[in-house]
Design a protein around this ligand. Sequence first.
Ligand code: NAP
Length: 294
Amino acid sequence: MITGTTKLLGVIGYPIAHSLSPVMHNSAIGHLGMDYVYLPLPVKPENLSQAIEGFRAIDLQGFNVTIPHKQAILPLLTEVSAIAHAVGAVNTVWWTGHHWAGTNTDVAGFVAPLKAGERDWSQATAVVLGNGGAARAVVVGCQHLGFANIHVVGRDRQKLHAFQSSWLPGNDSGQTESTCVPVPFIHTWEALPHLLPQADLLVNTTPIGMHPHDRASPLDATLVALLSARITVYDLIYTPRPTQLLHQAQAQGAAALDGLEMLIHQGGAALQLWLQHPAPIEVMRQSLLDYLQL
Ligand code: NAP
């Protein structure tokens, strides 16, 4: 129940109507019986700094950050975690009592289902399709899991080179955290026939196959046939479930992971930061499955 004492949390983005975070967080808060509410907060890009000042004025306790503010918010925060610097984006902000601090829980969200299995990923090879914002969190996640080789596949050579240079020593990336994390190799899509047979993990960070393009897949039948029996295929998309790519991978005998787990676990990590209490992951998962009618 929302009362006069209820504390405020939320998510900023523009547009924000599509966000699933209010469903998942309010279900979790209700389950825990804690006196918080989580609101969708539409903030236009030109109003970002004004909104952050306003949040202090209304005593907002913390908030998630989504497109288009994930990078733009960095200079507005007093404290930014090493992991958010490595990704180059913030998705979770909290008030420390003195200032706004930000981090990136997409990395924790991405690695959670990979850590849940028995598999040891150290020395493994990852192939990442796409070189946008989500791919950055995926690369940092793979670095944290100890992958020996991370191959990033994109369609635009210029963007690929910019992506790779951001990881080189001297740039504000994962290199600041450790000197021995692998810099991703970059490739265009033509390299996939060579890359796929050696991959232990394939991650789709492109929107190919996302609803309403349910039948689309980033891999055609010839490329799917090159997936090794040991591979795990991880699609960051969560609708449809499974995606065409995961359907193909499972038919090939591969292990499959979808984006719902990443979404739930990045939310769980954020909620834990705000409430200083473990997040009810199963409640969050069920709320999304119910809401999405999956
Ligand atoms: P983004 O920054 O726009 O990056 C998308 C990437 O996909 C870019 O590299 C883009 O290439 C590439 N791409 C787009 N269409 C393509 C096509 N037809 N062929 C080849 N490459 C294509 O988006 P993002 O924020 O990284 O998000 C990407 C996906 O991940 C979305 O489906 C999103 O829903 C999902 N995601 C899921 C979670 C989760 O929690 N599960 C979290 C974040 C994102 P160019 O740069 O050349 O355009």
